[in-house]
Design a protein. Structure first.
Length: 101
């Protein structure tokens, strides 16, 4: 599921929100645990369906095919996000690797 995202000036005009997964539970450290198929980088911002920043990825753990992501909730009460789907920003860029010589 793609949601267009272009409200902030520092994001490229081709940036979109991509689904990470559903919040399974809240850990004792008040962090949301999400099961996903796409691992994210630590420190990446996480958004809700209303395009508001919820927090940042603090840890990635579990099996390679279906990892879990731990999100440090910065805005709102962590227990309110249980069962909700969260998203991350994905920019459609032409990524070119280094040329081999």
């Amino acid at each position: 599921m793609l949601i267009s995202f272009s409200c902030l000036g520092f994001w490229r005009h081709l940036a979109t929100l991509r689904k990470i997964g559903r919040v399974i539970h809240i850990s004792p450290g008040k962090k949301a645990v999400i099961r996903t198929t796409r691992p994210l980088k630590i420190g990446e911002k996480v958004f809700d369906g209303n395009k508001k920043v919820i927090g940042r990825v603090s840890d990635v753990f579990g099996p390679i095919k279906a990892p879990y992501i731990e999100v440090n909730i910065e805005n709102g009460e962590p227990s309110n996000f249980v069962g909700k789907i969260l998203y991350h920003v994905s920019s459609k860029q032409n990524k070119r690797g280094k040329r081999r010589r």
